[in-house]
Design a protein around this ligand. Structure first.
Ligand code: UDP
Length: 297
């Protein structure tokens, strides 16, 4: 966005973000960083709002579940209030977690989901579901120009080493010569989207015009892998002979997940372009530079 000439204001409370990721932007006169938590209101004059606030790794969003709900609900109300006041277009980063442990496969946007309202994942899943409700109600009631993207598992450069999600866990473990921790028997599936494909989808959705643009749009890579297959792929990408350690499956861990992306294809002319093997290679290169210093990999 900066390269295209926009002015960018970045809000972060640095719970899971870090300054290192934006250091290269700090000298740009059109870039402004504000340490801010969306739970608190803020007054800004902007044209477009990307609301990506909320930790997305189960480890991080379950650390303080009440705060996670507040981030999605109060944060969404604050951002929608700002959008309404300054007539900005707003895009909400929703999630495939709104489908819960899905009974429809692959998941289409019209599926209402199978979500536990009182479990350990509910703070994230239900928080994001209410955020979608708020988006649609502000749109219908106040005419706010809204966009909802349902993001499926995303990975790539600039993740934290201790993010806790499966791709970074496996890559960091493999580079350190540790056993890969597969939860359960490893037969559960996920579909992994490389970060640059996701960003491309977000920008396309923000800027698309027309009917039905306010309805949720899945963005993800339909390539579906079991965790056992992912472990093998990480072995190939790192060139290591990986060993596996099985740990208990967390409660309510969805058994399968794969996006139907026909709507994104039709509406945005969007398609993922980075296959898993290539994305993993790039991710391994990134983490090698990061953890290599500490572990001599
Ligand atoms: N998982 C795993 N080992 C890990 C971390 C996660 O086997 O070290 C599994 C987890 O049980 C789930 C899948 O990988 O089935 C994806 O988990 P993640 O936390 O990345 O995202 P989720 O889609 O569950 O939010």
């Amino acid at each position: 966005m900066l390269a295209e000439g926009s002015e960018v204001v970045c809000l972060d409370n640095f719970f899971t973000g870090r300054k290192d990721n934006i250091l290269h932007l700090m000298d740009n006169k059109r870039f402004e960083l504000i340490r801010h938590d969306v739970i608190e209101p803020i007054l800004l004059e902007v044209d477009q709002i990307y609301n990506l606030a909320c930790p997305a790794s189960p480890v991080h969003y379950q650390y303080n579940p009440v705060k996670t709900v507040k981030t999605s609900v109060m944060g969404m109300i604050n951002m929608l209030g700002m959008a309404k006041r300054v007539k900005a277009r707003i895009l909400q980063a929703s999630t495939s977690e709104v489908y819960g442990d899905p009974l429809v496969h692959p998941q289409t946007e019209d599926y209402f989901g199978n979500v536990n309202p009182i479990g350990f994942r509910s703070c994230y899943d239900e928080g994001k579901r209410v955020a979608e409700t708020l988006m649609m109600d502000y749109h219908r009631q106040n005419g706010v120009d809204t966009r909802i993207v349902r993001i499926f598992n995303t990975y790539g450069e600039r993740m934290l080493e201790n993010d806790g999600r499966v791709v970074s866990n496996f890559v960091v473990q493999a580079l350190r010569g540790e056993e890969l921790t597969i939860y359960g028997d490893g037969s559960q599936t996920r579909s992994f989207c490389y970060v640059s494909d996701l960003v491309d989808g977000l920008i396309k959705l923000m800027n698309v015009e027309g009917e039905d643009v306010h309805l949720p749009v899945n963005i993800g890579n339909p390539g579906e892998f079991t965790m056992n297959e992912l472990a093998a792929e990480v072995g190939k990408a790192t060139g290591k002979d990986v060993k596996i350690k099985h740990l208990p499956l967390p409660t309510d861990d969805p058994k399968q997940r794969k996006p139907d992306i026909q709507r994104a294809r039709d509406l945005l002319k969007w398609n993922p372009t980075v296959p898993l093997a290539e994305g993993l290679t790039r991710t391994v290169r990134y983490f090698s530079g990061l953890v290599g210093k500490q572990i001599g990999a």
